[in-house]
Design a protein around this ligand. Structure first.
Ligand SMILES: [Zn+2]
Ligand SMILES: [Zn+2]
Length: 356
């Protein structure tokens, strides 16, 4: 095994402004006290990464990626609980646990939570994990759990947060709008969290409807009349208890509201176009007690809950992985997602660094 001295370099996917990225050789960070250095096994490409590339909001030189599984290569002073060679899954954000937001259950609004605890980011051959993430959120992955399962701990935790914020009863009808990788992950988390829920998956693409049905959706249909019919049929005509909007934008929000029952909720789980404003009848909220709930990211409690569901075998998101490729092929992977030819893309260490 290589020794990690200050001369070591690694390959990273560096943002170059706009959508452009390039594989770049850089000095490898060294773990300080409490920190660990992970050798990348897989890094999941996420809707947020895509959003930053498409909107040109990724700073030049920055390295995206935050859904990672890696092997411990080196440990800083004072790290306990981990050893070289351990396979680890860890999130990039950890709340402080003490501020007003944390104490009120809004941990993902915590100022400290916003700090990125991965250096330089997940799309790199090796990734430094800051002490707070090592101490509070890193988990050793059991042998029976694959990389393609473990890599979903962070995104599935984000989903679980929205599911829990919806205040579901455990049975009833829910709708997932959008059957991309995040919509399908909603389906799987909903089924793992509350197996008695009747889940209606909605997407205009027939191939994606079929995938949703294969993954356990009780109904899979196109938006509009088909969705309305499926929801009415299973809810005794009253509408869905909750609708999870994984598409974003005012039109989808309106469609979601129309599918909910009186007293039901729409959970917003997607970036809207910058400056987008919604326009709907306010009485749909007041007179009919509907709620619109934003849900942003996931906190350590949700991460641990998801990790347990995966380890128990109750949740297996690995069928969502359609492509696995080295970091050298990053732009190709992004293209596949944009063209909707891929669901979840995982990146592995670069060939440029001599990896297979
Ligand atoms: Zn993500
Ligand atoms: Zn806090």
């Amino acid at each position: 095994m290589a020794t990690h001295t200050s001369q070591n370099t690694h390959q990273v996917i560096a943002c170059q402004g706009g959508e452009a990225t390039a594989l770049e050789r850089r000095p490898e960070p060294q773990p300080g006290p409490g920190e660990i250095l992970l050798g990348l096994r897989v890094a999941g490409f996420c809707g947020t990464d895509l959003f930053k590339l498409k909107t040109g909001t990724a700073a030049v030189g920055s390295v995206l990626g935050h859904e990672i599984v890696g092997d411990v290569l080196a440990l800083g002073a004072g790290v306990s609980g981990f050893a070289k060679g351990d396979r680890v899954v860890v999130p990039h954000h950890v709340p402080c646990g003490e501020c007003t937001y944390c104490r009120r259950g809004n941990e993902t609004m915590c100022e400290t939570f916003r700090e990125n605890l991965m250096e330089p980011g997940g799309f790199a051959d090796t990734v430094l994990i800051r002490a707070r993430a090592v101490e509070q959120a890193a988990c050793k992955v059991p042998d029976k759990i694959s990389d393609a399962q473990a890599v979903f701990v962070e995104p599935a935790a984000c989903v679980l947060r929205g599911v829990q914020r919806a205040g579901l009863a455990g049975d009833g009808t829910v709708v997932v709008l959008g059957c991309g990788s995040m919509g399908l992950l909603h389906l799987l988390v909903l089924k793992a969290f509350a197996p008695d829920l009747y889940v209606v998956a909605v997407d205009p693409d027939e191939a994606r409807q079929k995938i949703a049905a294969d993954l356990g959706a009780d109904a899979a249909c196109a938006p509009g009349d088909g969705a309305m019919h499926a929801v009415r049929l299973t809810s005794g005509g009253v509408g869905a208890d909750a609708v999870f909007d994984t598409v974003g934008g005012p039109k989808t929000l309106e469609a979601g509201l129309a599918l909910t029952r009186h007293g039901g909720s729409v959970v917003l789980f997607a970036h809207a176009p910058d400056g987008a404003h919604a326009d709907f009848d306010l009485n749909t909220l007041f007179k009919y007690e509907r709620r619109i709930i934003g849900s942003y990211s996931g906190a350590v409690t949700e991460q641990k809950a998801i990790f347990d569901l995966i380890c128990m075998g109750a949740l297996d998101p690995s069928p969502l992985v359609t492509h696995t490729m080295p970091l050298d092929d990053f732009a190709h992977g992004v293209d596949l997602v944009v063209a909707q030819k891929a669901l979840k893309v995982l990146f592995t260490p670069s060939r440029a660094a001599g990896n297979p």
